[in-house]
Write a protein that binds this ligand. Structure first.
Ligand code: AMP
Length: 376
């Protein structure tokens, strides 16, 4: 057990690192973050920042020398660096989890091997693979880069062979995956935490609405059937155990029209769709990340009240946040801003969580209040 007073190292200093650092500081830990951007969101609330690129082994070893355990908030950390660090210190979730979750084909193959329902898919490394996938998986499909995709980046919808060839040429020299397009009813996600001793807690399922491929709204509890919920929970338990994940992670699912759930991807870290847990659950996804990597007993993930989280994105019109008056007057409304200096269009700048007696009431309130916010 790594107890308060010890030092937590975080690779990556965005909002997820910041929210972890808040919890760690509250609980009496020291926190050091490694991130290339000086004064990044997490650095503003940490004890120290090491300003370095993620592939700078010496900087990462410097972090190790100062910390008792390492975690990350950014899953594209180089696996080879994590393997080096693991020789000296616990890094959670470790290189095995990263290797699988950094590569969409390995990730979907893992789902299949673990008997978790997943869409049809094929690896595309050359033009011949592309033609084979067109026959085997077919249209409509989605061609995605296997690595470094997020918020819909690095993916193209394929309606015909011409689309496929265009996308292939655009993504040249990268491993690609051809997925069959899923005709889903809803999207949902499940956050879970698992500590080194193997204890697992699973959060209430979030129903997610995306806009322009970026998470827009999370509604908890998700408005899906009990059967769908149980299937998702079972899949998450299997994933946690088969991958031996230590930390907080998220699995995104499609809910099909027949109620079955199909896994889409794993984020081996806290997730935007779990931000509601900060106010709506007894223990947040960030506190349980801390507890898990420190091998402390996990806290209850139970929901205290229905919740809706809406993201606040930049719009490129200004960097000063305005219009929060009504929001600050309202009951059960929590404003989070991540301390980013520039509110570029589509950049995640913050979020609002609303707790209310029902998700319908919370949703209405959240959408009304968000409308009044703007960047000037
Ligand atoms: P991803 O980067 O895989 O999380 O994809 C981003 C979003 O694209 C998802 O949240 C879905 O809305 C959509 N999407 C991704 N893969 C598929 C698929 N195979 N079928 C239908 N929609 C998809």
């Amino acid at each position: 057990m790594i107890t308060p007073g010890a030092c937590i190292g975080i690779l990556g200093g965005g909002q997820l690192g910041r929210m972890l650092a808040f919890e760690a500081k509250r609980m009496g830990y020291f926190v050091i973050v490694l991130d290339p951007t000086l004064d990044c969101p997490a650095a503003q609330v940490c004890d120290q920042q090491i300003v370095a690129e993620y592939d700078d082994l010496n900087a990462a070893l410097d972090l190790v020398s100062k910390c008792n355990v390492i975690t990350y908030e950014f899953e594209n950390v180089e696996v080879t660096i994590v393997e080096e660090l693991e020789k000296n210190i616990g890094v959670y979730p470790g290189s095995k989890v990263l290797r699988t979750t950094q590569h969409r084909f390995l990730e979907k193959s893992f789902f299949k091997d673990s008997r978790i329902l997943v869409t049809d898919f094929a690896l595309v490394q050359n033009l011949n693979d592309l033609k084979q996938a067109a026959i085997k998986i077919g249209f409509p499909g989605i061609l995605k880069t296997c690595r470094f995709g997020y918020d819909g980046k690095g993916q193209r919808v394929l309606k015909n062979l011409k689309d496929a060839e265009n996308a292939f040429n655009e993504f040249k020299d990268q491993d690609l995956i051809w997925e069959k397009m899923v005709d889903f009813d809803k999207e949902c996600s499940v956050i879970a935490s698992r500590n080194l001793s193997g204890e697992i807690v699973i959060y209430p399922i979030s129903e997610n609405i995306h806009k322009d491929n970026i998470l827009d709204i999370s509604i908890v509890p998700a408005r899906i059937s009990e059967k769908s919920k149980q299937q998702a929970i079972q899949a998450v338990k299997t994933i946690a155990e088969d991958l031996e994940i230590v930390g907080t992670f998220c699995v995104e699912f499609f809910v099909l029209r027949n109620g079955e759930v199909m896994a889409n991807e794993i984020a081996p870290r806290p997730h935007n769709s779990g931000h509601y847990s900060i106010e709506a659950c007894y223990t947040s996804q960030f506190e349980n990340q801390l507890r898990a990597v420190c091998n402390l007993p996990l806290g209850s993930p139970d929901l205290i009240m229905p919740a809706v989280m809406v993201n606040i994105l930049g719009d490129g019109q200004g960097n000063t946040f305005s219009g929060a008056e009504d929001l600050l007057k309202a009951k059960g409304v929590y404003l989070h801003l991540y301390g980013k200096a520039v509110a570029k269009a589509q950049r995640k700048m913050g979020h609002i969580t609303v707790l209310d007696q029902s998700v319908d009431q919370a949703l209405e309130k959240a959408l009304n209040l968000r409308q009044q916010i703007n960047w000037i």
